[in-house]
Design a protein around this ligand. Structure first.
Ligand code: PRP
Ligand code: URA
Length: 219
């Protein structure tokens, strides 16, 4: 796994979430003997922590409130509108955790699958809130491999009016971060791990296999 120093040396831009709980849970997820239900639960829990990271700079304002002891001025979110966009289908495994933390967020879905031969992203579904141009958009997908899917999804959202976007994933490949940085330099990437490389089939090594299959028990 790459460190922050490795990313800097290679000119890759991504925020690496190194919280011990994230790293511990990710190690459990990688293990091939993990059941789908355990895998889903772990992904949901890690998504809580990734959600805290990706919303770290949300603006606050002060509000006058009454505690049982005395009045005080206390911080509340400044009402920034937000939407989570799940890249189907594996993105839904992260979406649940994100919505646990911010239940009022709007949700959009971009359906993409990777053509197994060309590794190009093929779109089959697109439904997002009508006002994405006014919202902070947080795209979620556990895997950033070649980045073809993430690049296509973000471009589709930009074409639909999105201006302020972030991309959150669980595991990424250096090749994917490089391609994504080049295609969308304005979209920050948050990831829990950057693995070694991609194999000949475009899978992340060591990675965790096919995220969608592991979440939904398909194969
Ligand atoms: C996986 C994953 C990403 C994509 C990453 O989806 O969830 O969307 O592959 O690969 P890339 O960076 O090379 O594009 P997949 O195409 O397997 O579809 P699924 O979510 O429906 O399983
Ligand atoms: N998609 C996955 O689910 N896993 C990978 O390693 C690459 C793409």
């Amino acid at each position: 796994m790459l460190t922050d120093k490795d990313l800097t040396e290679r000119g890759l831009k991504a925020t690496l979430v190194q919280h011990p709980l994230v790293q511990h849970k990710l190690t459990l997820m990688r293990q091939s003997e993990q059941s789908s239900s355990a895998f889903r639960a772990l992904l949901r829990e890690i998504s809580w922590l990734l959600c805290f990271e990706v919303t770290r700079d949300l603006p606050l304002e002060m509000r006058d409130i009454e505690t049982p002891v005395e009045p005080m001025s206390a911080p509340v979110l400044k009402g920034r509108k937000l939407a989570f966009i799940s890249i189907l289908r594996a993105g839904n495994g992260m979406l649940d955790g994100m919505l646990d933390v911010i239940p009022s967020a709007r949700v959009g879905h971009v359906g993409l699958y990777r053509d197994p031969d060309t590794l190009e992203a093929v779109e089959y579904y697109y439904k997002v809130p009508g006002d994405i141009g006014e919202r902070l958009i947080v795209c979620v997908d556990p895997m950033l491999a070649t980045a073809n899917s993430a690049i296509a999804a973000v471009q589709r959202l930009k074409n639909g009016g999105a201006k302020d976007m972030r991309f959150v994933c669980l595991i990424s490949a250096p090749e994917g971060i490089k391609a994504f940085n080049e295609a969308h330099p304005d979209v920050p990437v948050v990831t829990a791990a950057v693995d070694s490389h991609l194999n000949d089939h475009g899978y992340i090594v060591p990675g965790l296999g096919d995220a969608g299959d592991r979440i939904f028990g398909t194969k």
